[in-house]
Design a protein around this ligand. Structure first.
Ligand SMILES: NC(=O)c1ccc[n+]([C@@H]2O[C@H](COP(=O)([O-])OP(=O)(O)OC[C@H]3O[C@@H](n4cnc5c(N)ncnc54)[C@H](O)[C@@H]3O)[C@@H](O)[C@H]2O)c1
Length: 320
């Protein structure tokens, strides 16, 4: 099995690459080669099969020919500019999240072997007048350019699947917390930094109140779900290949309490509570409650507690 990861230098791309390297198989067969592409060359990953890393911009269709001429069997399309960046720069978001996604799907078409293609859509697909609790089959109503670009990708994924150009599976990822490294341009960035930075000894601002609810999932869980997405029988999704990925709802305050339970009280003391109208406007438009019955039926997993997430962060990611 040949696998390709776009956005392979990013947070989830690197975690997925390491998980696949450790596993060595996908769809019941050995992985024979893996390619990671990103705007800058992704960090190298060790495995007992060859892994190549390349600087390739998905908004340039010519560069994709190189990646798809190898006829990957499984593609994870994770490259994107995140919500805050796509909102701040419409042209950039359209170029990467919309045109770049179309280029990746066209790459799969060019390959001609109908690869399994796992597409990272987003919870930002939901918003506006949608009900408080999101159920499957609801009309999508994104309220950001990022969410809109992701939803257009979902429709293209369905159509390219219907035409047997690829075998698509789209996951609307909840906010993935706790993200390691540095704060990024996602509007939800604070949902990681109030845990990550404070456990690493730094201050962090929370722009929403303690009772603000968040639909979220842990990095370990989402990586397992990204792998599972490739292995589920495609037809089991139905004609809409995009699902609300299971996650869990907790208030910011409950998540902080879970951090305190696992890590101790000093991290919470480093949190400041200054409101930020720009972030607040975006994240208050997101939904926090979901009944992801299709995702559960298809075997996607959810987290049991945020305390687990904190423990996994301490095991996998904390900068010491
Ligand atoms: N992390 C989350 O909370 C979350 C939530 C919902 C959806 N998602 C989606 O999951 C995917 C992965 O997210 P992540 O958290 O790893 O983000 P990330 O920003 O860490 O990774 C995305 C990668 O895409 C790369 N990229 C951007 N423009 C590119 C281009 N033109 N060509 C090639 N690569 C390009 C970036 O350099 C980056 O390494 C994204 O599609 C994101 O929209 C993430």
């Amino acid at each position: 099995m040949r696998v390709l990861i776009t956005g392979g230098g990013g947070f989830l791309g690197q975690k997925l690459a390491h998980a696949l390297a450790a596993r060595g198989t996908i769809l019941g067969e050995s992985i024979s080669a893996m390619e990671l592409i990103d705007v800058l060359p992704p960090a190298e990953v060790d495995a007992n099969f060859p892994i190549s890393v390349h600087a390739r911009d998905i908004s340039d269709p010519a560069l994709l020919v190189e990646s798809f001429s190898h006829k990957p069997d499984v593609v994870w399309h994770l490259a994107a500019v995140v919500s805050g960046a796509a909102e701040a720069d419409l042209d950039l978001g359209m170029r990467v999240n919309l045109q770049g996604t179309l280029n990746v799907f066209e790459g799969a078409r060019f390959a001609g072997n109908c690869p399994v293609l796992v597409y990272a859509s987003s919870w930002a697909a939901h918003g506006g007048e949608e009900p408080v609790t999101i159920e499957d089959g609801i009309e999508l109503n994104p309220q950001t350019s990022y969410g809109t670009q992701k939803v257009i990708g979902e429709l293209l994924l369905n159509d390219y699947t219907r035409r047997n150009l690829l075998d698509g599976r789209g996951l609307r990822l909840p906010t993935v917390s706790i993200r390691p490294g540095k704060a990024n341009a996602a509007a939800s960035s604070f949902m990681s930094s109030i845990f990550r930075d404070t456990m690493q000894g730094e201050a962090s601002n929370c722009p929403v109140s303690r009772d603000f609810p968040i639909w979220h999932t842990a990095p370990r869980t989402v990586v397992n779900n990204l792998i599972h997405a490739a292995e589920v029988e495609g037809n089991a999704f139905g004609t809409n290949r995009n699902i609300n990925l299971p996650g869990r709802t907790d208030s910011v305050g409950d998540m902080i309490d879970a951090m305190t339970e696992v890590f101790g009280a000093e991290a919470e003391e480093r949190i400041t509570w200054d409101s930020d109208p720009v972030i607040e406007k975006i994240v208050k438009g997101w939904r926090a409650y979901c009944k992801p019955l299709n995702g559960q039926r298809l075997g996607f997993k959810t987290d049991q507690s945020f305390a687990d997430t904190v423990r996994w962060f301490l095991e996998d990611d904390i900068r010491r």
